[in-house]
Design a protein around this ligand. Sequence first.
Ligand SMILES: Cc1ncc(COP(=O)(O)O)c(C=O)c1O
Length: 390
Amino acid sequence: MTEDAERPGANDRGLAPRTLAVQAMGSVDPITKAVVMPLHMATTYVRDPDNQYRSGYLYGRPDNATVREAEAVLATLEGAEAALLFGSGMAAISAVFQSLEAGDHVVAQEVMYTGSRNWLRDEAKRRGLTYARVDTSDLSVLQAAVKAGKTRLVWLETPGNPLWTITDIAAAARIAHSAGARLAVDSTVATPVLTNPLALGADIVMHSATKYLNGHSDVIAGALALAKRDALFERLCYIRSIYGGILGPFEAYLLIRGMRTLHVRVEAQCRTALFLAERLAAHASVARVLYPGLAAHPGHEVARRQMRGGFSGMLSIAVRGGEARAIETAARVRVWKRATSLGGVESLIEHRASVEGEGTPCPPDILRLSVGLEDPQDLYTDLDQALTGN
Ligand SMILES: Cc1ncc(COP(=O)(O)O)c(C=O)c1O
């Protein structure tokens, strides 16, 4: 590993994060000069004869060079001082919640990823936390929900799964900070290609790296990127190590490979998603298209400001005729895959309310679409035949 690659967030060479991600920080194996760094599988490291560990590597749970290499790429992409990888997006989310103290108050989004919602529902009380879930896209609602000196964390997801609501990150950061709270943003859907929440004032960015960062539907991983390498970073390192929610080195290796092509994938997915959103908005069997790239979307103006050159590869459609018609439509696709998850190269369709289960804020007529890299016209033609039943 080069010296730069060892320093998460190093970007002092004046190169764009995209360049550094494509070259995985430009690292070259010092022994063979290979342009792809070796995969480090060792679980333990030799101690120096004088009883020191000068290598900085003691034991595989906290210390792994492949994991650190992936963290350096992510820190660069997010403009973060430090990044931490976890065994899943949920491990990263829970680590942030676990860093809170009993008595702390959390404000989170009303419509958000089911797992985060369920964590608050099932775990918060047990840990002495209180929380409010509100429509954070309305800043006056967010302002009213935050309790000065008591709210310690504001948790956003923008675009918010699965209705793609948009929250103004910079304004939310001001509201959170003025109450003495940190702002964390689940930026899984925006990816660092479209939004850098830390540059807008957030303290923590979270990713389900399972999705766009890896991009090939073959790794489960989670990530946190932090504005500061401070006491919170140390606490999160400790939580990851003591609860053991680490990422394995092979997954980190695949993740590095995925991040090399992140920009080209996301750019193409955004283009196809916009093409589909516009075509579907005019489709007789579609009641509504939810996509922040459409001018009619309530978050469009904010999205234009805080998302660079695209509105993500995720959209949802409300099917005319309700739940049964939506499920029938999903049953008829031939090119789209009927599966949960998002952000991979293959396009996925799912009846979201069925997956989220009881208490879901997702309306029953909604199909969620994760746009992949297939030919855009093939994707539209397949949806058209599924919607019309031919
Ligand atoms: C927006 C969002 N956040 C977090 C997660 C959780 O990530 P993981 O499945 O990697 O634990 C998901 C998973 O679907 C997600 O879509």
